[in-house]
Design a protein around this ligand. Sequence first.
Ligand code: GDP
Length: 452
Amino acid sequence: MNKIAVNETIVAVATPAGRGGIGVVRISGPDAPNMALAILGHRPAPRQAEYLAFKDAEGDVIDWGIALIFEAPHSFTGEHVLELQGHGGPVVMDRLVQRATALGARPARPGEFSEQAFLNDKMDLAQAEAIADLIDSASIEAARAAIRSLSGVFSAQVHALLQRLTQLRMLIEAGIDFPEEQVDSLSDAAVIQQHQDIINNIKEINESAQQGCLLREGMNLVIAGLPNVGKSSLLNALAGQSRAIVTNVPGTTRDVLRQEIQIDGLPLHVIDTAGLRDTEDEVERLGVDRAWQEIGQADQLLLVIDDQRGLSDGDRQILGKIPPSLGVTLVYNKIDLSGRQPGKTEQQGLSAIGLSAKQGDGVRLLRQHLKHRMGFHLVGEGQFMARRRHLQALARTERHLNASLEQLTGRRATELAAEELRQAQQALAEITGEFSSDDLLGKIFSSFCLGK
Ligand code: GDP
């Protein structure tokens, strides 16, 4: 894809809507310096904050504030940028935006500042996405990983791998183009070894990316069970210190109640199944049906059982309805009453954990178990943020690499191997945006919020 920077000047409020101490209007594009002249009466020196009056077309003062100019290409977007930091009220912000649009600026689309930065090579696609992920991060671990992606940790690994892929492809293509000259500067075995190394390398990156993706997206967890077995208590116990940020988020589209909690920074979207019971009520039954649909989308289910009563017919009924794809763990709760020790066992092929949600015994065990189930083991330094899109691209890269190796070793079909390598390269380069369709870019940047 050829990157063509848009030659328009755009404007948006960069701070959140509402009232605040300050609000920032960002103007980016070739006309930004002229707009500074018009609004401020003079053009501040680049990168030097000046306290000035922001004026309308009649010369009336809209606000007093700090004006900052960043000259292209030394700005976030790579374009000339004017930042007006005024008082954070909606009327002031609106009037400043209108002033800029009257001077010829176009209201920015969501994510368009980041898009300009991408088009001007200020950052690659994975880094631009990391900005959105940093802003949206719900835990310290997620924010740290997003910062690492933003500073290029992920991109650097992708680039290094792309280079190795390019070299390998050149070697193999050289063999195709001049077969009679026997360009075997590297013996076949060495080429194959190199190929295998690259596959191992992509597996490592994939592993880290999966961790990053988990940090971003977390997992969907269902806590099911009969009334009074301790589902809410377990939810609170699992949330632990992050309980303060437990919120009730009514599902916007499906009316299913979700709660967001965290386990060591891993976001858990807990689907509320309070109403999972057979009912005659038509409306309630619709709700129950929807809850079951949600369960179908979930990653893990905890079936909470009162350890004093043991597995009941009601529990068996719930078990019978659970889709086979869903990972199920039996949680025997209230062991403080039954006298059992906390612990993990296997029961009918399912993991079973005995704990007390009220006293906290065994809850740590369940946390570890859930993280393990999701393959979550934070590798600390070097961990970067990743999205599902990246995982898909990595998976495609790996598929083409495997196919290429098979062509080489099995059929000795070097042309086909080279073609697979080309496709592997292309899939990998989608992560950083070196190869990407306009559709993809549109989809990514439009999911950013306005002013980003
Ligand atoms: P839910 O209806 O399944 O959500 O159950 P709740 O979490 O509301 O708990 C029902 C009752 O059981 C409450 O009185 C809790 O205090 C109690 N309870 C929950 N977990 C435990 C536990 O581990 N030990 C004891 N002794 N009581 C518990």
